[in-house]
Design a binder for this molecule. Sequence first.
Ligand SMILES: [Zn+2]
Length: 304
Amino acid sequence: MPSSPLRLSAFATLVALIGALAGCETMRTDPSANSTRNAEVAPVPPAPTPAPTAPPGKKHTRAGYYVLYHDFEIDKTDPLFAELDALPDQVFGELKLPPSNGIVQVFLFDTQERYERYMRAKYRNLPPRRAYFIAEPRAGGTDELKIFTWLGDHLSTDLRHELTHALLRGVLKDVPLWLDEGLAGYFELPPNQDGVNAQHLDTLRRGPFQPDLARLEKLKDVAEMQKPEYREAWAWVHLMLRSGPGPKKVLHDYLQALRADPAPGPLLPKLREVMDVPEQALADHLGTVEAPKMRTRARAGAPK
Ligand SMILES: [Zn+2]
């Protein structure tokens, strides 16, 4: 709805979405080239050439670390913006990483149709996803960090998820696929959820669940990351950040290594140095995590 304010209802239903696969893919790619993480993507089926389209950009809203491009009026007092403003401190603080100076460009389409039409035209090798983070190489060595998504009920979760990818990309040489998604899955949740994805937790507790971090660490293509892999990646991240100083230090040290070395080797052996059987530790941890209270968030103002 091109002329409507940012729909507050998009955020009021946030809780219902917690646990949903954010539906993103992280691409480290030149838009004209095939993705390095996307080798198994099915070819785009023959389709009529889409009409010329442009990304949103009639208006822009600048925040500390991102610029939001949009074609419609937005309500800058919406609590979403305060949440997004706080995200870098949350991510870098919890992970003990230095802040990034990078600016992320967020292109927010007003409708799913416009978003999909643009993505098909611009990134024709990408499979349909609800949101994308794309790091495009540019002269000088730094990547251009772009997020594309559209205004829908998933917006808050997806923006936090994709912005987490972008923040990590801004300070690390690379992030292993499973860890990238595990961390984004952890930080996509509002801070008051303490990183607990109630839906993931419930599914993993009901089982069967056979954690296998060695397998997860071998995944290179985002097509291999399906819901079970996202769930497991989240669970390992939550274990490391929320089960005690030893595992947390393993993650912190690993992230520090990634600041200088894009491939510091597997993390599992380092986890085994502080946990005899990490898989059992994960099962025990999931048994003790307190599920967040499911609740709706009242918002000031009504959808217009
Ligand atoms: Zn992601």
